[in-house]
Write a protein that binds this ligand. Structure first.
Ligand code: CP
Ligand code: NVA
Length: 302
């Protein structure tokens, strides 16, 4: 049987995504869902990090322990991967010893190669292209505060990066309207926009930040300089008009939520008054990584 990989929202049915979220909510409410107290007892998840992490590492590691399993952290540069052992060979070896592999890496191709060669489930914990685990926590957070996300207006402001790509996929899967407001040079790749258009997504590009924010139920941004980006000065120049500040939030609905996957670069992409303001739900969003991760792990590894 093909392993239940969690690679991208575009590859998953909304029924599976909903099941993961339902389980995440149950875990948050202290309820067991399937398999009793320790559904992953006796199972090991290899967690490979080729990039830094705080939330992802902690949420997977704590989540795995809470589910009764064993998390095994492998830092890329401290393993044979860092000395050139191929992803394919690593996948073959890990599949003989562990029950799941979580990978945070730079290139999406590496993730796909890992999934191709692994005979156990592979979970995408961020690549340069996407961050689907974060989206599960984001959707959970928005629904927790504002009810069903279907039909809501979500505006992405800033860099058209891996998070933005995953928002395009989430909008299409969960049925919300997504407005993308990014500098032309940093716009989401056409590949994602074309996929959304073909899959019936309601995703539009709006040039002006205030116009994009107007009437929005949710405003989301992310760092202007992602892990691996080197063009700091150019990005600052391009992205400064896209800062999420009180003026911008004032264009949105009065109760519009502010989300950010974190880590934030305060007073670059978002001002203190917004991230620390009453409409910011970033700490719930961070906490929900734990619950959402548990939903993902149980879905993949049970
Ligand atoms: N949001 C997120 O993935 O954070 P980390 O990089 O700390 O894991
Ligand atoms: N876009 C950011 C997300 C960090 C969680 C990055 O890739 O660095």
């Amino acid at each position: 049987m093909k392993p239940k990989h969690f690679l991208d929202l575009s590859e998953l049915d909304v029924s599976d995504l909903r099941q993961i979220l339902d389980h995440a909510i149950s875990y948050k409410n202290g309820m067991n869902v399937i398999g009793g107290m320790s559904p992953l007892a006796g199972k090991t998840l290899a967690m490979i990090f080729e990039k830094p992490s705080t939330r992802t590492r902690v949420s997977f590691e704590v989540g795995m322990v809470q589910l009764g399993g064993h998390p095994l952290v492998i830092m890329g540069d401290n393993s044979q991967l860092g000395r050139g052992e191929t992803i394919a060979d690593t996948a073959r070896v890990l599949s003989r010893m562990v029950d799941g592999v979580m990978l945070r890496t730079d290139s999406h191709e590496k993730l796909m190669e890992m999934a191709h060669y692994c005979t156990v489930p592979v979970i995408n914990a961020l690549t340069d292209n996407s961050h689907p685990c974060q989206l599960m926590a984001d959707i959970m957070t928005i629904e927790e505060h504002r009810g069903p996300i279907g039909g809501k207006v979500v505006t992405w402001i800033g860099d058209g990066n891996n998070m933005a790509n995953s928002y395009v996929e989430a909008a299409t899967r969960f049925g919300f309207e997504l407005r993308l407001c990014c500098p032309d040079e940093l716009m989401v790749d056409d590949h994602y926009l074309d996929w959304a258009a073909n899959a019936g997504g309601n995703v539009s590009v709006v040039k002006d930040p205030k116009q994009a924010a107007s009437g929005s139920d949710v405003i989301v941004t992310d760092t202007w300089v992602s892990m691996g980006d080197t063009d700091y000065d150019r990005r600052m120049e391009l992205l400064t008009p896209y800062q999420v500040n009180a003026d911008l939030m004032a264009q949105a609905e009065n109760d519009a939520l502010f989300l950010h996957c974190l880590p934030a670069h305060r007073n670059e992409e978002v001002t203190d008054e917004v991230i620390d303001g009453v409409n910011s739900v970033v700490w719930d969003e961070a906490e929900n990584r734990l619950h959402a991760q548990k939903g993902v792990m149980v879905w993949s590894m049970m």
